[in-house]
Design a protein around this ligand. Structure first.
Ligand code: G
Ligand code: G
Ligand code: MN
Ligand code: NA
Length: 249
């Protein structure tokens, strides 16, 4: 597999970069944190989307090396921001690795970063298979001060029963629902339900993929706590993120 071979070299050859997308408060649009998103510029394949290469990395165990690089790079950047957190995506394969908690803790200690400034984004798939073990892992991370976000919420299989047991800080509503909000009653109903659920459980609710002012307004009225999407900012390079962080703390 060509892509797999290239990916093996990508880290050593400095072909990976991170970009950062602001997550803004619903009201004053101040930047609460940035989501780190990995990019691969391959000399052979050009720009390859993580939607393509993350699944390949997961199948070949490269995900651990890649994930370590992403975390270290994200931690290096968060130190330059006044008080925002960095939100890092973790694959279910990483999450289920033994010593996941100890491994992350080592990284933040080495980087000298307060766990409170690190948000761990996991998807429902990560916690679906072995809910007991996942609940335990999340609980340990939360005790250490990490923030926990459930990503792509609404697209997976987590039962509401499980949600109640997990130590979470926020739900991230999948952007497919935000996209459908203005067109279909069903999407709007789902968005409202997730926001209601999150608030009732005392969680933050981040709406992803906000592209229009009409969506932002509807989400404010519905009670989302934070918004993320091209309307506010595309994912930006580290130097740009630093400027935004300093300006809009
Ligand atoms: O940034 P973009 O929309 O192209 O991301 C596509 C997919 O890749 C999304 O599902 C996103 O969560 C995932 N992704 C982006 N960066 C990372 C990363 O650093 N680690 C993992 N596990 N997934 C990522
Ligand atoms: O699965 P996850 O939520 O981590 O995916 C994040 C992805 O969503 C990133 O690849 C990012 O580029 C993309 N994204 C962020 N904001 C928007 C937006 O407003 N519209 C669209 N279409 N994609 C977005
Ligand atoms: Mn995400
Ligand atoms: Na998402």
């Amino acid at each position: 597999r060509l892509v797999e071979a290239g990916l093996t070299q990508a880290i050593a050859r400095d072909e990976l970069t991170l970009v950062f997308q602001p997550i803004v408060g619903r009201g004053d649009l101040s930047i609460a944190g940035f989501e780190a998103l990995v990019r691969w510029h391959s000399p052979e394949h050009g720009a390859v989307s993580p939607a393509i290469f993350i699944p390949i990395a997961e199948e070949s165990n490269l995900i651990h090396q890649l994930g370590d690089w992403v975390l270290d790079e994200a931690l290096a950047q968060v130190r330059h921001w006044p008080d925002q957190y960095v939100s890092v995506n973790f694959s279910p394969v990483q999450f289920r690795r033994s010593h996941f908690v100890g491994h992350i803790l080592d990284s933040v200690r080495r980087a000298g970063v307060d766990p409170a400034r690190v948000q761990i984004e996991i998807t429902e798939t990560a916690i679906f298979d072995d809910a007991e073990r996942a609940a335990q892992t999340l609980c340990e991370l939360r005790k250490l001060g990490f923030r926990i976000a459930l990503d792509d919420f609404g697209t997976g299989y987590s039962s509401l029963y499980n949600i109640r047991k997990f130590a979470l800080d926020c739900l991230k509503i999948d952007r497919s629902f935000i996209d459908g909000m203005g067109r279909e009653r069903e999407s709007a109903a789902i968005v409202h339900s997730i926001i209601h659920l999150g608030r009732a459980l005392g969680l933050g609710v981040v709406a992803e993929g906000v592209e229009t002012e009409a969506q932002a307004q509807a989400l404010r009225v519905a009670g989302a706590s934070h918004l993320q999407g091209f309307l506010f900012s595309r994912p930006v390079a580290p130097c740009e993120a630093r400027k935004l962080a300093a300006r809009r703390a």
